[in-house]
Design a protein around this ligand. Structure first.
Ligand code: ADP
Length: 434
């Protein structure tokens, strides 16, 4: 292709020569030069007007025909517009494909601006959250979903957890809401999953355990009582021969009763409203009672030390805390051979309250530690049963601590002993006497 600037310069040189010729011949060089400059300017302005008109038309319109540098300019702009149209079309098809795939998602997805306004949502969001594309785009989601716990969740900074609430459209539909921050401008993607079926199954499981335990408790209590009376009746010759078997039956019956009691306790912890019975609990008094109970359980086989401050109050449920702490102390005794040392401590620190039970017992191998709080998880099932364990003690401890915002930390070394520490947040420490 010819260099457009070369032809433009040739055109200019020809104009200057012509102007000079005519100017000199007519002896009016200035007037002729002025006419030539104005003419040249007019030609450029005409081309500018044509360019502007063409640019105003839609991108597919053919460019005007131009000479010299203007022809080249039209051609380049035309190519650029064509390229733009192509990439726009490509982008539009990507967006359409994205919209189609997110619409097909079974979970609700809502894109939120940093300020909380809705930018976009999929079909499932309209169905689960009752959003309308016509009215709700640009609205703050917090104004449309007025559930108090949702507002609390949306206001927090840490979205690592999720929230379970009923759908604003249907009270029977349970949703699990989670928020994923993305992009550099603090945008958030809200995902809502329908967990109605999972919740139903979970409730069915909880109800089943509670009902079975409840139903089993009474016959087991009656059986235990009857076995006790039979074992005590030593006047009957036939019974004397059965004494060993009766002893076994009694032992197993008591074990079954303990399992049922622990299952009932877990189901109560799972179903009852958290914080309902929370009030200031005098831990020092409770731990003294637990110490006395531990002494009875150990029957002098262990050295038990209690190191706690004189007055120590904690906000919580007395029964639950007693159950958790005594479980830890009982375990320390049951899993420490005779002559072992058990240390019970409770310390108030800046970050909260720390209750620890340390023993010099059999210890636990590292790979078991993570799973100890699972129901019926036992390192050595035979040993646990022989010492009257149900395999549910640490599951109860975990539940109770969860309900008190506390954490359990287990450190242990095989053959050297274990330490179970419960960390309560500082805002649980209280003093009703002040
Ligand atoms: P169990 O009734 O079997 O003691 P737990 O839930 O209380 O059930 O404990 C689960 C398992 O954790 C126990 O079976 C035991 O193997 C282990 N364990 C708990 N406490 C201790 C401890 N202080 N020392 C060693 N092992 C322990």
């Amino acid at each position: 292709m010819l260099n457009p600037w070369a032809s433009e310069i040739r055109r200019l040189v020809a104009l200057v020569v012509l102007t000079l010729l005519v100017g000199l011949l007519t002896d009016k060089l200035l007037v002729v030069a002025l006419i030539a400059v104005v003419g040249y300017l007019c030609w450029h302005i005409t081309n500018l007007v044509r360019l502007e008109k063409w640019l105003r038309k839609d991108g597919s319109a053919m460019p005007p025909i131009g000479n010299g540098v203007w022809g080249e300019l039209y051609y380049h702009i035309y190519r650029m517009r064509q390229r733009n149209r192509k990439s726009k079309r490509r982008l539009a098809s990507v967006i359409n494909r994205f919209k189609e795939s997110t619409s097909a998602l079974p979970d609700a997805a809502v894109v939120l601006r940093a300020t909380g306004e809705i930018e976009w949502f999929n079909d499932a969001a309209a169905h689960y959250l009752g959003l309308s594309a016509l009215n709700d785009i640009g609205q703050r989601l917090i104004n449309l979903m007025r559930h108090p716990s949702f507002a609390e969740y949306l206001m927090q900074e840490d979205f690592s957890g999720s929230l379970e609430i009923a759908s604003p459209v249907d009270e029977m539909m349970m949703l699990e809401i989670s928020i994923v921050p993305y992009g550099g401008q603090n945008q958030n993607l809200l995902i809502a999953r329908d967990i109605t079926r999972i919740k139903k199954l979970e409730n069915m499981r909880k109800d089943f355990v509670a009902n079975v335990s409840h139903e089993l408790r009474t016959p087991l209590t009656v059986l235990t009582g009857s076995l006790e009376s039979l074992a005590d009746a030593d006047d009957n010759e036939t019974l004397k021969t059965w004494r060993r078997s009766l002893g076994h039956m009694q032992q197993h019956n008591i074990r079954m009763l303990s399992i049922v009691d622990d299952l009932l306790m877990i189901s109560r912890l799972e179903t009852e409203d958290n914080k309902r019975d929370h009030c200031p609990v005098l831990l020092s008094a409770m731990l003294s009672t637990i110490y006395d109970e531990a002494a009875v359980l150990s029957a002098g086989a262990h050295e038990i030390k209690l190191d706690i401050p004189h007055l120590l109050w904690l906000m919580g449920d007395e029964k639950e805390l007693h159950s958790a702490f005594s479980n830890l102390v009982a375990n320390a005794i049951r899993y420490s051979p005779a002559g072992g040392l058990i240390l019970i401590t409770c310390q108030q620190r800046e970050e909260g309250l720390c209750f620890c039970v340390k023993d010099s017992g059999i210890g636990i191998a590292p790979h078991h530690i993570q799973r100890l709080t699972e129901r019926f998880y036992r390192v050595d099932a035979g040993r646990s049963r022989a010492s009257g364990g149900t395999g549910l003690g640490l599951a109860i401890v975990k539940h109770v601590l969860d309900r008190h915002g506390a954490k359990l930390k287990i450190t242990s070394q095989v053959e050297s002993g274990s330490e179970f520490c419960c960390y309560f947040p500082a805002d649980r420490i209280c003093d009703p006497e002040k």
